[in-house]
Design a binder for this molecule. Structure first.
Ligand code: X8Z
Ligand code: ZN
Length: 623
């Protein structure tokens, strides 16, 4: 895959997990080879030369495009929008040119392994391809930049006061008054409506680009980057979901019952879907923030709450990031470069608009690592800081690879590394950080509570992680049209997550997908579903490597250099081999599956089944 640079932001780490890509080039036939010029059939040597040249051009342009995207995302103005859009368009044009060229070489006899792999990457690496028509890449890039910036500038209200999205996000985790939750949810979701037409136009252009490259639509192109047939990939995801769904269903049933006890039938009925704004998160994607509401009596009191510990210790956002860095150092990874601290954006500037949604960048493809976060001192951002650093350490680990291999084994791997590290944030580890008093370490009787707190984030996320791209795939294929964008979104949210928007029917002009960063940001989302499963596979394998004997949720690999070394081996492979090879290198298995996650939560699943006895679990998909 081309580096994932989202125009709108090249978001990111060029090539990293948090962004999406695009490309373009001088419209000269600069890469025409000698044998083509005389009309002879291209040879394997021509193909290798083409790939080498493509990597060079992409590497150069990605730095320029990455810098434009960085400036735009950390200071949104009409001018930085313009500059980022132009740079993004250039990158898209280059990507399209190279994809078309690559197609001419893929069937050349005698290709070596790397040339063949890289040709395929060049063919399908764009997240938003444009057709080869003058002005198309520019229009596409302008649309995406505008969508992302509109998201970045978005506001809603809290108690009638205009409030930034990033602040609303945090408030959704702490406020418990259903009227205020509904106000925040409803006002924030209004940011979607003005994006709808631009989004529809983006879909049109991008699909035209995908068709020119030989794909049915943009969704088909997205599914084709996983070292297996695209349909096989979609089927694998569905199988993985079926594997973990029984655990989600039990969690849903239990949480719904507790919300009903707290809020009463008027606010949260005992049956049917859950009201989306009651779950402690703007998108109901992770529910850990309402752990206090659902905690079981007795076993539920963990004796600590990570947000409280951080606040009591007067932690600053920078300290949160430093704590993440020191975890990686404890595994044997080199410290972050000085430029990381000089160039990162770690808190929200007061005086300008930015894209607050967290991302990790490697601007020069070597060691110009940065994060961009509007960090708050709470448990969510403690985890997110580890997540972002996971991207940065991955980027650095593969920085010796050729350009097209400077990426993760698949995009789910990029998203999984930091989360895997954060699974080692156990009570004992918090004691090591001097955040938790040893006397307050929860004993075994609190295991169910610890697991439930973790499941509220990790298990709750699964259907959300899957449905975003289910929606987008249908949008790209034309099965869902602009007229049904919102209804299809609401239906999928109900079917998969079992949630409904507060306040009933959505307004006719609503475009709720626009209120979730990755839709205007055009970042594929299936990666996060895979990452949820992979991080538990990594954790279980790492704990086994460490010789850990106890329950998985008590295992921390902090300070384990041997595990760090083996992890680095997988990360350093970059995208040079099919992802099952990378998975095998670290975990010993080639299968992505929910088994490790189920093993981790096994005691909780049994407990939830007991708690739910006699309850009518589930919900109907139809409204
Ligand atoms: O977008 C992210 C990261 C940046 S790659 C903060 N995540 C997803 C989200 O926030 O929706 C991490 C978890 C899921
Ligand atoms: Zn990420």
């Amino acid at each position: 895959m081309l580096k994932q640079i989202s125009t709108a932001a090249l978001a990111a780490a060029i090539l990293s997990g948090c962004a999406a890509a695009s490309a373009q080039s001088p419209a000269t036939g600069a890469s025409e080879t000698a044998s083509q010029a005389d009309g002879a059939a291209p040879t394997a040597a021509d193909a290798a030369a083409f790939v080498a040249d493509a990597e060079k051009r992409l590497a150069e342009l990605s730095v320029y495009a990455g810098k434009a995207a960085w400036v735009n995302a950390t200071h949104i103005t009409v001018d930085t929008d313009y500059l980022a859009a132009r740079a993004g368009a250039e990158y898209t044009e280059l990507g399209v040119e190279l994809a078309n060229e690559a197609a001419k070489y893929v069937d050349v006899p005698g290709l070596d392994y790397d040339t063949s792999r890289k040709l395929n990457m060049l063919r399908q690496g764009l997240t938003a391809p444009a057709p080869n028509v003058p002005g198309a890449a520019d229009e596409l890039s302008t649309l995406l930049t505008g969508l992302q910036s509109a998201y970045g500038k978005g506001t809603g209200t809290y108690k009638g006061e205009v409030t930034r999205g990033n602040d609303l996000e945090a408030l959704m985790g702490t406020v418990r008054d259903p009227a205020l939750l509904q106000e925040m949810w409803t006002s924030w979701h209004k940011i979607g409506a003005p994006m709808k037409d631009d989004y529809a136009r983006f879909v049109e252009i991008s699909n035209a680009g995908a068709k020119e490259l030989g794909y049915a639509d943009t969704g088909a192109m997205w599914r084709s980057g996983y070292d297996m047939a695209p349909d096989e990939f979609a089927a694998l995801l569905d199988r993985n979901w079926q594997e973990v769904k029984p655990l989600y269903d039990q969690l849903h049933c239990y949480v719904r019952a507790r919300l009903n006890e707290k809020y009463g039938d008027e606010v949260q009925p005992a049956t049917g879907p859950i009201r989306a704004d009651l779950l402690g998160n703007m998108w109901a994607q992770e529910w850990g923030n309402i752990y206090d509401v659902v905690a079981p009596a007795g076993a539920g009191d963990l004796g600590y709450d990570l947000t409280d510990l951080l606040v009591q210790a007067d932690y600053t956002p920078i300290q949160i990031v430093e704590t993440g860095e020191s975890f990686f150092s404890s595994l044997g990874f080199a410290e972050l470069p000085e430029t990381f601290w000089e160039r990162s954006m770690i808190t929200a500037p007061r005086d300008r608009e930015v894209v607050c949604h967290a991302s990790a960048w490697d601007v020069d493809n070597v060691d110009d690592l940065r994060i961009k976060m509007c960090t708050k001192v709470n448990a969510d951002d403690f985890t997110t800081a580890h997540h972002e650093l996971g991207h940065n350490y991955y980027q650095r680990a593969y920085n010796q690879q050729p350009f097209l291999y400077k990426n993760s084994a698949n995009d789910g791997f990029h998203e999984a590394v930091g989360d895997f590290i954060a699974l080692s944030v156990t009570p004992d580890y918090l004691v090591k950080l001097n955040l938790l008093d040893p006397a307050n370490v929860p004993d075994e009787s609190k295991d169910i509570g610890l697991l439930l707190r973790q499941a509220m984030d990790k298990v709750a996320f699964l259907p959300f992680g899957l449905l975003i791209d289910k929606w987008r795939w249908q949008v790209f294929s034309g099965e869902v049209t602009p007229a049904t964008y919102n209804q299809a979104w609401t239906d999928l949210r109900r079917e998969y997550q079992g949630i409904v928007p507060p306040g009933g029917e959505r307004p006719a002009d609503a475009f709720d997908p626009g209120a979730k960063y990755h839709v205007p940001g055009n970042t594929p989302y299936t990666r996060y579903f895979m990452a949820r499963l992979l991080q538990f596979q990594f954790h279980k394998a790492a704990c086994e490597q460490a010789g850990w004997q106890g329950p998985l949720h008590r295992c921390s690999i902090y300070n384990n250099k041997a595990v760090g070394e083996r992890l680095n081996q997988m990360l350093a492979m970059g995208a040079s081999k099919p992802w099952p090879d990378a998975l095998e290198a670290f975990t010993g298995t080639r299968e992505m599956s929910g088994k490790a996650m189920l093993a981790y939560f096994q005691p909780l699943q049994a407990w939830l089944e007991e708690q739910n006895e006699g309850r009518a679990c589930g919900w109907s998909s139809a409204s």
